[in-house]
Ligand binder design. Structure first.
Ligand SMILES: Nc1ncnc2c1ncn2[C@@H]1O[C@H](COP(=O)(O)OP(=O)(O)OP(=O)(O)O)[C@@H](O)[C@H]1O
Length: 287
């Protein structure tokens, strides 16, 4: 059967100076978007640099569209990828127009109409030298380039960091449009909870180079809850589905309220109140 994974990362490690990334295992299914979250320095950008073959793994493998990236297939595989992640800095001396000429040369699927539409939408003057762009303008330019060749897989390293509010909304709209067909896929590293809420199907949390949590976003909404209770036992306090515990007033956070409900019933304890847990709170528990 044909794999529906557009990316399969297996036992990937990278030792980089004092930092150790991995071992990481991660799948990205076709038609889905994955939010990569984690504290500053947890390894998100390093993972993107490994996927883009800017850094080479110490061990393990990354398959993109069922192929490992090699010298032979690098160009044809990268044609299907769009990347936002500060790759253009070495070309600061070029104007945006000159950059577009260089970049479009590499992509057979480059679409000049989309490119000019996006330039206008994001109010970018093509004559501006890349090095003279502000931080936010550079992000916009990278974003425009990443979409202008209609990639199958978008890799976005904090695409809206430092971007004004109105442009953030436009970027989110364009990413929703990108994902709409169900044929495209995306990994987005972000610190913005509303981006995860609006754009992502899965959430993967990195902590000091390791994936410590991965979940379907809908499952989080359905299964996580804060419960206020009339009593507590050691078995519930130490239960694998309990993530956070407060004495006063007696309450806990669980990633599976149905299981906990059964446990409390067995122990003769009553749940007096329950509340949904927001995505922000869940992420906060892992950081
Ligand atoms: N040039 C470098 N030299 C030494 N260590 C580095 C270098 N670049 C990154 N690191 C280290 O690698 C680790 C991972 O960094 P990385 O940039 O991937 O984190 P991140 O999760 O993307 O962080 P942020 O949210 O701040 O962008 C960090 O501990 C960082 O100190």
């Amino acid at each position: 059967m044909e794999s529906t994974n557009v990316m399969t990362i297996k036992e990937l490690t990278k030792n980089y100076k004092a930092f150790m990334l991995g071992p990481l295992n991660l799948n990205v299914e076709k038609g889905t978007s994955v939010a990569l979250v984690g504290a500053n320095g947890s390894g998100k950008s390093m993972l993107f640099r490994l996927i883009m073959n800017i850094l080479q793994p110490t061990e393990g493998s990354i398959e993109i569209f069922d192929q490992e990236l090699t010298m032979e297939n690098e160009v044809s595989l990268k044609e299907k990828l769009g990347f936002v992640g500060e790759l253009l800095e070495p070309f600061s001396y070029l104007s945006i127009k000159e950059l577009s000429t260089m970049i479009s040369f590499w992509y057979p699927t480059w679409d000049d109409k989309t490119y000019h539409h996006l330039l206008e939408r994001y109010q970018i003057n093509e004559e501006t030298k890349y090095g003279n762009c502000s931080k936010g303008m550079k992000k916009k330019v990278e974003f425009i380039f990443s979409l202008s060749h209609h990639p199958d897989l978008l890799l976005l390293d904090e695409p809206t960091a430092g971007i004004d509010i109105s442009t953030q909304r436009k970027i989110k709209e364009d990413l929703m449009l990108f994902m709409e067909s169900g044929e495209k896929s995306m990994i987005i590293a972000t610190h913005m909870v509303d981006e995860i809420n609006q754009l992502c199907d899965y959430i993967t949390v990195l902590d000091r180079g390791k994936i410590i949590y991965t979940a379907n976003k809908d499952e989080i909404y359905e299964n996580w809850a804060r419960l206020w209770v009339t009593g507590m036992t050691d078995s519930i306090r130490n239960h694998p589905n309990v993530f956070h515990f407060v004495e006063q007033p007696l309450q806990l956070i669980t990633n599976n309220w149905q299981i906990l409900e059964d446990e409390f019933r067995t122990e003769g304890i009553t749940i007096t109140h329950s509340q949904k847990v927001s995505l922000e709170e869940v992420i906060d528990l892992f950081q």
